[in-house]
Design a protein around this ligand. Sequence first.
Ligand SMILES: NC(=O)c1ccc[n+]([C@@H]2O[C@H](COP(=O)([O-])OP(=O)(O)OC[C@H]3O[C@@H](n4cnc5c(N)ncnc54)[C@H](O)[C@@H]3O)[C@@H](O)[C@H]2O)c1
Length: 259
Amino acid sequence: MKLQNKVAVVTGGAMGNGYGIAEVFLKYGAKVIILDNSEQLGASLQSLKKPNNEVYGFQVDIRNMVMVKSCMEHIQNRFGGIDVLVNNAGVARLSKFEDMDDEMRDFHFDVNIKGTWNVTKAALPFMKSGSIVNLSSVTGPMVADVGEVAYATTKAALIGFTKSLAMELVEKHIRVNAIMPGYIQTPMVDGIAKETNAENPEMVIQGIAMGIPMKRLGTVEELGELAAFLASDESSYITGQGIVIDGGSTLPETMSVGV
Ligand SMILES: NC(=O)c1ccc[n+]([C@@H]2O[C@H](COP(=O)([O-])OP(=O)(O)OC[C@H]3O[C@@H](n4cnc5c(N)ncnc54)[C@H](O)[C@@H]3O)[C@@H](O)[C@H]2O)c1
């Protein structure tokens, strides 16, 4: 199995993409440790737990460096090191730039950028080699919708973080890559749909699907399979890259040309 006995830390694994990543990693034999601040963590750990797999969790806010460091020390003591880090935890709220207060801006910057920074900084002393996977997005580096300035800024920042860190960690044999998803069906996307149309969020989801060449949103399992590939030795010659997984959503050049 491609992740047999690898110790993998996954942030934000209580739901959504992180849950899918944890599930797929466990399928491939990894020992998975989830860091998440949600109260749903306990229930998620229960449903991920199967005979012959190892999954653990810490209820922690990745903005809290003291707590994050303490988690990493626990992981080091229990498992003897970390092979894979997936910086998946993230937040997205819609607000137009001119209406957005600094609190909303900082919420995005603190979780998506500084949280990723914290977890990486705290995990690195315990990584002798391995793979770091950061959840960026097509939103920011490639495309954007109205109300996404704060979110898009953070997701573009993670591409710079990925490339620069990849250069620094080559010598330690740690690869650093980013995943750039289009729309994946998760609670975050349900939240965006509700913010867009509180009365009929399902219509928003259907609208998103119609704009994607594959006519559907991605699943967390599909996202998890890409994360597993980047985490595994199968991707041993890939570093510093952002890999798009979007059902072709960033592909169309026009809405009108075609025979
Ligand atoms: N779903 C998509 O379409 C999509 C597209 C592109 C990128 N992404 C990225 O994928 C990642 C996961 O997104 P998702 O859609 O699964 O989101 P989600 O909201 O469904 O799940 C996010 C998880 O992160 C956790 N989390 C949030 N803030 C945290 C904090 N401060 N400390 C610890 N845990 C925290 C939440 O509790 C939750 O379990 C995010 O980085 C997001 O930007 C998602």
